[in-house]
Design a protein. Structure first.
Length: 364
């Protein structure tokens, strides 16, 4: 999505002043809303659908998105292709996160690390291909991604027998919730009252879901509301190059922290959310007053921002995996994934207002 931002949302004035452009929050919303819609309604029904169907849907949508974007030139049709990719992403994240409940907990870290590395690898591979091929040809070449996903799932993956198990009656998910006032549902009642099951589960996971929501609101407000404004005129790099550097550094930070849970598990994830909010305050002040003396400081802080966001993500899901009983783990992991998307959507809405506010009142 950083490539889309740079192409469509980052048209600056001739002097590099990005306050003459629209915030990339609008581009972010176009990319994330379909995914959020899927993840928001998925807990109501998706656990009734077999993994074979869900994975096949994600793969076919991904394949269709590449083919549509590569074969058309009309902007509205390209947006349709982007929406197909977002739908594939939403179905895929809910499905594969829930699937980790059937494997060893190390798979949670592997999943988180893979999603972080995908941001770097995807942009790098596309950039390399675009140096020798046309953009359309490059996207056609990326069809290998859903093909590889299909081969991995249908040929390489060893599916455990628990794939076909059904949930048993509702019990409190987390140990500390055993004395809570959650309504106890039998298996039959859960099937008839999915909204109440969703409410009970969300209530018991509220610590992790709120932490994920908060860290992603702050994180994407920084990325979409301030990055395109913060640039150093004395640098040889243009504003566009500086923006791309920010995005790469951020992705590296996310990847590093999402790979860390196997070595160290940080349990107090709310602290990471609070620190990310502190980051947001700093970046808003920097965008408005431009007081940071050198770009290296900004780069270090962006790397730190990525570490906080990725760390909150992987440690939250790792904790849910450890604390939730096996028979409820699949549903809980899928539901918790809604939190980050909800935060991104809110950030996309607020980013445009933040961008315009900073540009209107900035002190330089």
């Amino acid at each position: 999505s950083s490539g889309i931002n740079a192409e469509y949302g980052q048209k600056s004035d001739d002097d590099g002043d990005y306050c003459g452009a629209k915030s990339t929050g609008a581009i972010l919303l176009a990319d994330v809303l379909p995914s959020f819609g899927i993840k928001a309604i998925a807990p109501l029904f998706i656990n009734k659908i077999h993994y074979n169907v869900k994975v096949s849907a994600a793969i076919l949508l991904s394949l269709a998105s590449f083919l549509v974007v590569a074969s058309v030139s009309d902007y509205s049709l390209i947006i349709i292709g982007v929406c197909l990719a977002a739908l594939s992403s939403g179905i895929g994240e809910v499905t594969f996160l829930a699937m980790t409940s059937h494997f060893d907990k190390a798979v949670v870290t592997a999943w988180s690390s893979g999603t972080g590395f995908a941001g770097i690898l995807g942009a790098t591979v596309y950039l390399a291909l675009s140096l020798v091929l046309t953009p359309s040809q490059s996207i056609y070449m990326m069809v290998i991604v859903p093909v590889a996903e299909m081969i991995t799932y249908w040929v390489v993956l060893e599916r455990p027998a628990t794939f076909n198990e059904r949930d048993i009656a509702h019990k409190p998910l987390l140990e500390e919730e055993e004395n809570s006032e959650a309504i106890i549902l039998t298996d039959e009642e859960e099937q008839r009252r999915p909204l109440l099951k969703l409410y009970n589960t969300a209530k018991e996971l509220r610590y992790f879901m709120l932490s994920l929501f908060t860290v992603y609101v702050a994180e994407y407000l920084i990325n979409q509301g301030t990055f395109e404004i913060i640039w150093f005129r004395e640098m040889a790099w243009s504003a566009a190059v500086q923006y791309r550097v920010y995005q790469v550094v951020y992705q590296v930070g996310v990847t590093v922290s999402r790979s860390s849970a196997s070595f160290y598990h940080f349990k107090h994830v709310h602290i990471l959310s609070i620190l990310q909010c502190v980051n947001l305050v700093y970046f808003v002040c920097e965008a408005r007053y431009a007081f940071t003396p050198h770009i290296s400081i900004i780069i270090i802080l962006i790397f730190w921002e990525g570490l906080l966001g990725g760390g909150c993500y992987v440690n939250s899901f790792y904790a849910i995996y450890e604390q939730v009983p096996h028979h409820k783990r699949e549903y809980a992991l899928g539901l918790a994934s809604v939190s980050d998307s909800c935060g991104i959507v809110l950030a996309g809405i607020l980013a445009t207002f933040l961008h315009n506010y900073i540009c209107k009142f900035r002190a330089y």
